[in-house]
Design a protein. Structure first.
Length: 418
């Protein structure tokens, strides 16, 4: 493969802006940051633009077509928080440089009839059957861990581990936010038993919790990460201190909370840098919303995210994008990560801090040691944009080139908003 040297770039390495302005890639890896341009290298002149690590969306529900959409927006890794892309079901994705890479929890631990069943019309089955999106007929069927007792939760964890889950997810949701109060929900002993079993197997644990009480329950049970920020009430000093002292990370998914409140992604969809990269089905979805919790206050959510960040909690960028369906609207793969970064800045994070939330921090929290940073020896998952998103966060949408394992997946200057 041809050696490529990206020159005259502002280099954000996933943590900070480097003094070096040249990055060299050879094959699938970064071979140098700074230094002389190798003789015979293919030169990409960044022209003062910004080179970033490929972005990580830390909360999705995905498919091969959705992974391709994500890559158009510089998202080179998606972290699936319910789905079928476990270890043995993604070999076709690992080597395909036309789609984002993926890691997966498999299916989350939940009671029979519990979340997320209430989100879908009766008889609806989202997405293709396992293996139908390119995994082939040998793809393993998913483990669906429906649990109501501590013993069942403890038994479900090793089955998920064996099936290739990269981390273990727990659903703690009584349906209040989704307009279905009274849903079956994991009780405290069952949650604790499941978390303890996961930790015995060396597995990272994450929890779906949309209310403050569910958040407290997850923290007290020893969870490692929260895949949402609570949205049913303003934060208190007590809950911020509890989360901060526990050491958990938080994937707020502000874009999802906004959608739950009936706030659509229409403004994002109107941006030519976005609509030039999405088909009509996704644009229609983006212009819709979940709309289940219209009494919620987005300013409260933003204040909670700001308080968590101020308290030193690791914040990760996630969209909760899933399928192009209007009733799952307000979010779209790839595009909504950029929207989330804008929300994180509105919550009080500096642009540089927001960029860390989509690069170095998720890579560290999910032990993705080969990506999320620009450094010698790491994967050449890279995003080149015009402008300076380290000071103007919306410049992340000025996408010029995306590399996935050193292969140019996206080329060409972006359409500019105006």
């Amino acid at each position: 493969m041809t050696t490529t040297a990206i020159v005259n770039a502002r280099v954000f390495d996933g943590e900070c802006v480097l003094p070096q302005t040249t990055v060299v890639i050879d094959g699938a890896r970064i071979t140098a940051v700074g230094g002389a341009v190798p003789e015979g290298a293919d030169i990409v002149d960044a022209g003062g633009g910004t080179l970033l690590p490929g972005l990580v969306d830390a909360h999705v529900h995905t498919s091969a077509p959705a992974l391709a959409v994500a890559l158009r927006f510089g998202v080179t890794t998606e972290l699936e928080m319910q789905g079928t892309h476990t270890r043995d079901n993604r070999a076709h994705i690992a080597g395909d440089d036309t789609v984002a890479d993926v890691r997966s929890s498999g299916f989350g631990i939940t009671p029979p009839g519990g979340h997320p069943d209430e989100l879908f019309p009766e008889g609806f089955r989202p997405g293709p059957p396992p293996g139908a999106d390119g995994a082939g007929p040998s793809a393993a069927p998913p483990v669906k861990p429906l649990c109501t007792t501590p013993e069942e939760a403890a038994e479900a964890v090793p089955r998920l581990v064996e099936a290739g889950s990269d981390y273990i997810k727990f659903m703690i949701d009584d349906g209040t936010v989704e307009g279905h109060p009274g849903l079956p929900v994991l009780d405290r002993p069952t949650l604790e038993a499941g978390v303890a079993a996961a930790h015995r197997h060396g597995m990272l644990t994450v929890a779906h919790a949309l209310t403050l009480d569910a958040t407290r329950m997850a923290i007290e049970a020893g969870i490692d990460g929260l895949t949402h920020v609570f949205m049913d009430r303003p934060h208190t000093e007590e809950i911020i201190e509890l989360i901060a002292e526990s050491g958990v990370f938080v994937i707020p998914c502000v874009v999802l909370n906004a959608s739950m409140m009936g706030i659509t992604g229409a403004g994002l969809a109107d941006d030519p840098r976005v609509n030039s990269r999405l088909d009509q089905e996704w644009l229609t979805t983006l212009r819709s919303s979940f709309g289940h919790y219209r009494q919620g206050e987005l300013d409260d959510v933003l204040a909670s995210v700001g308080a968590l960040h101020e308290a030193g909690v690791d914040i990760l960028a996630g969209s909760d994008a899933s399928y192009p369906l209007a009733f799952l609207g307000g979010v779209a793969h790839g595009a909504s990560v950029h929207h989330e970064l804008q929300y994180l800045v509105r919550a009080g994070m500096a642009p540089l801090e927001a960029l860390r939330a989509a690069t170095g921090i998720p890579a560290r929290c999910f032990a993705l040691e080969d990506r999320g940073r620009i450094a010698e020896g790491l994967r050449a998952d890279l995003l080149l944009v015009d402008g300076d998103p380290t000071t103007t966060i919306s410049d992340t949408l000025n996408i010029r080139t995306v590399w996935r394992r050193g292969t140019r997946a996206v080329e060409g200057r972006p359409a500019h908003s105006g």
